[in-house]
Design a protein around this ligand. Structure first.
Ligand SMILES: NC(=O)c1ccc[n+]([C@@H]2O[C@H](COP(=O)([O-])OP(=O)(O)OC[C@H]3O[C@@H](n4cnc5c(N)ncnc54)[C@H](O)[C@@H]3O)[C@@H](O)[C@H]2O)c1
Length: 248
């Protein structure tokens, strides 16, 4: 018996890093997993290596594509029980040198997409009488890091929006739990990009490295906990997984 037997999970940004590891972990516990991403070739390859996993091409900043992906998932599997709003990207630059276009791109792809995913998944989950949404935030949404003002705004917004959505679900009597996770530095292509683009002594990067970089499984194990009945009494919270980076 797996912890997620019979459940259907949709994971955005599933072609790479944390999303791909979430997909492997949830599938191992019996979930039928749908991963979505803009990286078609890589997403199809990741899905082909996971039993019962399907890949759908999906730009999370598009409302029409969200409607299509949720519709297709329900058509394939009859329902949706778990949504992991994981897709993301980072553009580095301080408030003085980041363009407004780069600011808006990060808000679109992380904050707006989380709004859309929750908006279109909740009506299906409320019909089921069961659901768990996990929104991927970051410690960048909690502490100040000079080179990521837009990323920080998106992630801080996700933490705040998660609480409001969780309370809405409880007020409506839906059995849908909504939580966010705020990782510190985890070894993925996104942090490889940070290492390549930032000075080694950049304070944000240095603090990540000094606290010891985590592995994707450190996050996927918490996604599993929140998605499964193990997390049945947890909603509206933000779980920090950063080896203590934000406490000192
Ligand atoms: N790795 C870390 O240290 C870390 C720390 C905190 C938070 N996070 C968050 O975790 C999530 C996953 O990050 P990761 O480290 O695995 O990075 P990653 O770059 O390996 O994966 C991100 C995925 O999102 C996809 N994506 C980007 N734009 C998209 C779009 N418009 N539509 C659909 N998919 C899109 C990318 O193609 C990629 O496959 C992100 O939200 C990131 O902000 C990561």
């Amino acid at each position: 018996m797996g912890k997620l037997d019979g459940r259907v999970a949709l994971i955005t940004g599933g072609a790479s890093g944390l999303g791909a590891e979430d997909a492997r972990t949830l599938a191992r516990e019996g979930a039928k997993v749908v991963i979505t991403d803009i990286q078609e070739e890589l997403g199809s390859k990741v899905a082909s290596e996971i039993p019962g996993c399907t890949f759908l091409k999906h730009d999370v900043s598009s409302e029409a594509e969200w409607q299509a992906v949720i519709g297709k998932t329900v058509e394939m599997h009859g329902t949706i029980d778990i949504l992991v709003n994981n897709a993301g990207l980072v553009r580095f630059g301080t408030i003085e040198d980041m363009s407004f276009a780069d600011y808006k791109l990060q808000i679109d792809i992380m904050l707006d997409s989380t709004f859309l995913g929750c908006k279109y998944a909740i009506p299906h989950m409320s019909k089921n009488g069961n659901g768990s949404i996990v929104n991927m935030a970051s410690i960048g949404g909690i502490k100040g890091i000079s080179v990521i003002p837009a990323y920080a705004a998106a992630k801080g917004g996700i933490i705040a929006m998660t609480r409001s959505i969780a309370i809405h679900c409880r007020e409506q009597g839906y059995r849908i739990r909504v939580n966010s996770i705020a990782p510190g530095g985890i070894v993925t292509p996104m942090t490889a990009q940070a290492v390549a683009e930032l000075d080694a002594d950049d304070p944000g990067l240095k603090q990540n490295v000094d606290h010891g970089m985590g592995q994707p499984s450190d996050i996927a194990n918490m996604v599993l906990y929140l998605a499964s009945d193990d997390g049945r009494h947890i909603t509206g919270t933000n779980i920090v997984i950063d080896n203590g980076e934000t406490i000192a």
